[in-house]
Design a protein. Structure first.
Lengths: 85, 317
């Protein structure tokens, strides 16, 4: 099990107050901003930027970075690993 | 005349979806709690997760009203609130002094007063006139007057209401100010669909509403308000009043209104700035279920120098 991905799922649920979602409900490739995925919206995108700084010390300064990184748990984990080098 | 086509309240009283509640409710006790419905039945889960108490109450009451009135979309949404979204304001301010770095945006976005009417419109997909009024204890009267003007301009159905939420900090403030002795600080939301025509669901009618800031002569204001509506004090069957001043009763006595016709609605709603909306729901419910009641005057002097007067009457045959 990839600890970073599991941590991300827990952090997203807490940060976005996803009351009825558990980490097991979020597959690594679930599309976060798709209605058939988690159905997140623009306010959630801002919360994810805060989450990356709060838990991982990463600042997202370019909008296009976030657009790509926030597609799924897989892309978020990849983005964090790349930035931490 | 402005017809009340639907009414909905979430408060410390069992008023939600409880027609006839005005005849059975008792004055609040110190340990009363907010009585809430299952919000999931009224609010989309995606929106509900972010909503504070005041938003949940407001949106649920609004949707209940639209269901009762049998309309999908009102022509306008008008809300009054005395203190606005206190939970989110407190959360945002606490975040701003405790978190280093980026602040979570949700509580800031939802701390503004106009979030209230805005979240109702988002919840039902409404693109009409959208306004949140805040005028301290006269917030609801101001919202109601706005709604009445819209109906006079030709709108058919306006969703209008008011809400305020209690947070623990209010108790600290009231203790420090030694204010509101003997009053219970509560949360409450009351919403209505008011219409320019009588409908099948019309429960009562609002004849008039007046709000006066820095009032000089309360007695004269009441007399002139009633005279404008071709009434005198003897025509009033019930006064629902709010205000701590003992002079309230002196005013009512001078006007020749018997004490037995005067009911302190704060004893039932608890204390929050827009509780006069709760009084309007009591008035509409009372008129609908007690045919002996004609004219009801809501007298809001919660802050003594600000006066709100609302006249409620039965729907004419």
């Amino acid at each position: 099990m990839d600890n970073l991905k599991e941590d991300l799922k827990k952090q997203i649920i807490e940060q976005l107050n996803l009351e009825e979602v558990t980490p097991a409900d979020i597959a690594d490739d679930t599309l976060l901003f798709n209605d058939e995925g988690l159905g997140l919206d623009s306010i959630d995108a801002l919360e994810l930027i805060v989450l990356l700084e709060k838990y991982h010390g990463i600042q997202v300064t370019k909008p296009e970075e976030g657009k790509e990184a926030f597609k799924s748990i897989n892309t978020m984990a990849e983005f964090i690993r790349n930035r931490k080098g | 005349m402005f017809y009340i086509s639907a009414s909905s309240t979430i408060s410390h009283q069992p008023a939600f979806q409880n027609a006839g509640f005005s005849g059975v409710i008792e004055p609040l006790l110190a340990d009363s709690v907010l009585i809430t419905p299952d919000y999931k039945g009224y609010i989309d889960a995606g929106l509900l997760r972010r909503m504070s108490k005041i938003l949940r109450m407001s949106v649920a009451c609004s949707k209940d009203c639209l269901n009762q009135a049998g309309i999908d979309q009102p022509d306008a949404i008008v809300v009054g609130t005395g203190l606005g979204c206190l939970q989110d304001t407190e959360k945002f301010l606490t975040n701003s002094i405790t978190i280093e770095g980026l602040l979570p945006p949700t509580s800031f976005i939802q701390s503004t007063h106009n979030t209230m009417a805005g979240q109702i419109s988002l919840s039902i997909g409404n693109h009409g006139y959208n306004m949140t009024h805040t005028q301290n204890t006269l917030s609801f009267e101001n919202a109601l007057q706005d709604a009445m003007l819209l109906l006079m301009e030709g709108q058919q159905h306006v969703l209008v209401g008011a809400a305020d939420e209690y947070i623990e900090f209010l108790t600290q403030v009231s203790e420090n100010l030694a204010a509101f002795d003997g009053q219970y600080l509560t949360s409450g939301a009351s919403f209505f669909v008011i219409s320019n025509q009588k409908t099948d669901t019309s429960a009562a009618a609002i004849k008039d509403c007046r709000s006066v800031g820095l009032v000089d002569d309360t007695e004269a204001e009441i007399i002139s308000f009633l005279a404008e509506n071709e009434l005198n004090a003897a025509d009033i069957d019930l006064i629902l009043y709010a205000g701590y001043s003992k002079s309230n009763f002196e005013i009512f006595l001078k006007l020749g209104i018997d004490k037995s016709k005067c009911v302190d609605y704060l004893a039932y709603s608890g204390l929050y700035p827009s509780a006069s909306a709760f009084a309007l729901h009591i008035a509409a419910d009372r008129i609908q279920h007690d045919k002996s009641v004609g004219n009801i005057l809501i007298y809001n002097a919660l802050v003594p120098h600000h006066l709100g007067l609302t006249l409620v009457q039965p729907v004419e045959a």
